[in-house]
Design a binder for this molecule. Structure first.
Ligand code: AMP
Length: 214
């Protein structure tokens, strides 16, 4: 399975990709996670990326394609990969296509996680990660038991720096202007499949498996 999960911030790409990775044993390649790891090292690059991310803007195409090239050279993609958060611009999509031809690993499917804009904001602002398990949760939508299980076990519910209302507005606009054109890009290539991303995590996961026919 060589797929891209496409969708606005908050559409649940990361959560679904994480689950697919665990259940199908295929690596989730999240450029957002890779950038956050770079930020944590406090390197020069990490500090520059931090500023861009906290403003809700995109890191340059040149840097992103370099990061993804390096990642896709690793052996663990032999049985496929789930790209989560990449590509985000037409230039990234074009460069990815060339790279995957080079690697003889062309994309099989691009899933659009389809969701209305007004729900997206609440999904992003309420998003938390359990510091103990790394599990993605939401203070508005997750089961209360899951939320308290994390804190009662001594964990913290951590909010991403860029998950605040001002940044979210810009991130949604950036998505519309720079990433949404990929819907027609991949439709023309007959690779796009839409999945209704509204509903519980389990319901959406079932729809995703249907779309992936697995
Ligand atoms: P995410 O976790 O996918 O929402 O990504 C968080 C932030 O990392 C984004 O708002 C961007 O600033 C940056 N980022 C992640 N992936 C990309 C990408 N493919 N191109 C440019 N910037 C990215």
């Amino acid at each position: 399975m060589r797929i891209v999960l496409l969708g606005a911030p908050g559409s649940g790409k990361g959560t679904q990709a994480q689950r697919l990775m665990v259940e199908k044993n295929i690596p989730q390649i999240s450029t957002g996670d890779m950038l956050r790891a770079a930020v944590a090292t406090k390197s020069n690059f990490g500090l520059r990326a931090k500023e861009v991310m906290e403003a809700g803007n995109l890191v340059s195409d040149e840097i992103m394609i370099g990061i993804i090239r390096e990642r896709l050279m690793k052996n663990d993609i032999e049985n496929g990969f789930i790209l989560d958060g990449f590509p985000r611009t037409t230039k990234q999509a074009e460069d990815l296509e060339k790279l995957l031809i080079e690697l003889h690993q062309p994309l099989e499917l691009v899933i659009l996680m389809d969701m209305e804009n007004d729900i997206l904001t609440k999904r992003i602002v309420g998003r938390r990660t359990c510091s103990l398990t790394g599990k993605l949760l939401n203070i508005y939508f997750s089961n209360k038991d899951e939320l308290t299980a994390c804190t009662e076990a001594g964990g913290e519910l951590i909010k991403r720096k860029d998950d605040n209302e001002e940044t979210v507005r810009n991130r949604l606009q950036v998505y519309q202007e720079q990433t949404e054109p990929l819907v027609s890009f991949y439709t023309q290539k007959k690779l796009l499949e839409k999945v209704d991303a509204e509903g519980s995590m389990d319901v959406v996961y079932e729809r995703l498996l249907d779309a992936l026919k697995c």
